[in-house]
Design a protein around this ligand. Structure first.
Ligand SMILES: Nc1nc2c(ncn2[C@@H]2O[C@H](COP(=O)(O)OP(=O)(O)O)[C@@H](O)[C@H]2O)c(=O)[nH]1
Ligand SMILES: [Mg+2]
Length: 240
């Protein structure tokens, strides 16, 4: 995408890591399904740390589709990739998606809610009434435990922070810039800091039907989540 092109209405940000099996097909399918939205958009693939052909495929897709760009940072780090892409997004609205979801139904519903100028942030909840989460039991439980921890330690008011999100770029970009943690917990910090800044955060139920299991299992993610939770507890609740 050329830097000089007019800013799009929507920026869709997708972190990708070792996704060579589904990246091309998912993205081409997503582009097809974005047509009916009737809004200008850019699609930012935020890759880092992949050991397969994901980075090369991202570059290839950005050459093939002018609305697609691919960004790369070095180490495998979901939060770092997401933050970097949010800070480079140019749309009025930023939508955060995942390549195994590509949930355009969430986009339509969230954009409808963001028509209301008093709403700043829409979070797709996997656990609220009306949601349907088709992931295995241990991952559904993991989501609930993390949400409870976020509520107890950081005063989170809601039912989910990880996954699908849509927000106004102007008020949220400075919050993303100020976030202290990366990896999985960055997404939670972003939502919680938005709430704490007094912005209007709404949740809507989503259907979670992944195209494949995650490449990094839950158990391997826990130590980092706990470490960053402790860091956020000190920064938000103790130092304020
Ligand atoms: N850039 C980047 N993306 C990642 C990383 N880990 C996961 N992702 C991407 O984040 C999205 C969600 O990851 P997934 O493995 O499905 O984990 P889940 O969120 O627990 O379902 C996918 O688009 C992944 O490719 C990472 O270390 N770096
Ligand atoms: Mg997933």
């Amino acid at each position: 995408m050329q830097e000089q092109s007019p800013a799009p209405s929507i920026s869709i940000v997708i972190p990708v890591y070792n996704e060579e099996a589904i990246l091309r097909a998912s993205l081409v399918d997503l582009i097809d399904r974005l047509e009916p939205l009737g809004r200008s958009y850019e699609l930012i693939l935020a890759e880092n740390g992949s050991t397969d052909r994901t980075a090369a495929l991202g570059r290839e897709l950005s050459e093939r589709f002018e609305q697609v760009s691919s960004r790369h940072t070095d180490d495998a780090n979901y939060g770092k990739a997401l933050r970097d892409a949010i800070l480079h997004a140019r749309g009025d609205i930023v939508i955060c998606d995942e390549i195994d979801l590509c949930d355009t139904d969430f986009y339509s519903r969230a954009l409808g809610i963001l028509e209301d100028p008093t709403v700043d942030f829409v979070v797709g909840s996997k656990t609220m009434v009306g949601a349907r989460d088709e992931r295995p039991l241990h991952r559904r439980l993991g989501t609930r435990v993390i949400n409870d921890l976020l509520r107890w330690t950081l005063g989170f008011q809601g039912t989910d922070t990880h996954g699908l999100k849509a927000f106004r770029r102007k008020p949220i970009a400075p919050i993303a810039r100020a976030c202290l943690v990366d990896r999985d917990l960055f997404a939670s910090e972003l939502v919680i800091r938005a709430q704490r800044a007094g912005l209007e955060v709404r949740e809507i139920p989503v259907l979670v039907l992944e195209k494949r299991p995650p490449s990094v299992g839950l158990a391997r993610r826990v130590p980092n989540v706990l470490k960053n939770l402790a860091k956020l507890f000190v920064a938000i609740r103790i130092k304020g």
